[in-house]
Design a protein around this ligand. Sequence first.
Ligand code: PHE
Length: 403
Amino acid sequence: MKFTLEPGTEFIVGLPGILIISLNYLSSGLFIQKAIRVVPRCSRPLDGGFLFFMIKFFGGVFMGIKGKLKNMEENIKDVFKKINNLDELEKLRIKYLGKKGEIADVFSKMGELNAEERPLIGKKTNILKNKIETLILNKKQELEEKVKRDRLKAEKIDVSLPGYKPLIGHKHPISNVVDELKDIFIGLGFSIAEGPEVESEYNNFEALNIPEYHPARDLQDTFYIDDSYLLRTHTSPVQVRTMEKEKPPIRIIAPGRVYRSDELDASHSPIFHQIEGLVIDEEISFSDLKGTIETVVKSLYGENRAIRFRPSYFPFTEPSAEVDVSCIVCNGEGCPLCSYTGWIEVLGSGMVHPNVLKMSGIDPEKYSGYAFGMGLDRIAILKYGIDDIRLFFENDRRFLHQF
Ligand code: PHE
């Protein structure tokens, strides 16, 4: 088919169509696209860029097979470059290699060519077909790789990310002090004993040589469960329980919570903590008490701390002594913490009263012993520089997590 149009020929076309005219100049083997002039029926002139696009797009429709082949050869790589997924690739495969595809179309039109051209174009078409097959294969591999990579990427666990941290608890400063003291005492040959916080009135007072109307009971007023049970006011009833249960030699400590009906303020709490100590054996003397207390207090507060034993009174020890250490803040100079005395009281102690031994079934003629009790809250306050005892009981994580 060969026809010529005079340049400048006008076509009036109706909306929305436009007319594209392709001239296939086959005899020279060159493909020429040429739009003559297209005038839409609407008044707005057609835009040149759009026209060019339409020409390119529909151009192929009117092409002869050589032009079509050449066009495919030139553009095929670009066509494949634009493919982004396997579906598109399959559509393209059908478009080119399918039964009614472009390559099949070229082959079917071989008859239009003359005998000379036929083998040449046939060969070219086969080469192009192979090329397309290779392109498809490569693209397929590339896309499959990409799918795999994307999947692996999506499934990837970033092990460098910190995991979700469960909110774990934190050791209470009082527990730190208890653990430290346990270590010290276990090192000295003590073992750990325990007693209940709800205690009998007998163990808490009576068996410790504090009879019903003894004024010492007033100093340790507490919370009563009923007439004979109360919240223990000190850890000393564990002395009684141990002596009733075990035969000397006894060497125990008993840490625990104790109660008194004190008003709550920065330095007083109705709940606080003590650690009790009890040693019973033959020929235990006050110097054993002194030696042990000195060792413990120095390992707790430092070697250079001055210690003094001050005579005192407890109904369950005789003689009794309270132990002071030189003030942690002022080193004995005098400051508000030590009430300007230079000393801080850290524990009560004494030789176990014969009445106490007797009541618990231990022969005071054969055995003697010493006992002591220290306030753990006081130790923690001094150790960590805490200025309010109430913080120990508020369970505020901001406070607790500092230790
Ligand atoms: N239990 C006494 C108190 O709480 C302390 C103490 C214990 C004193 C053992 C002497 C012997 O005050």
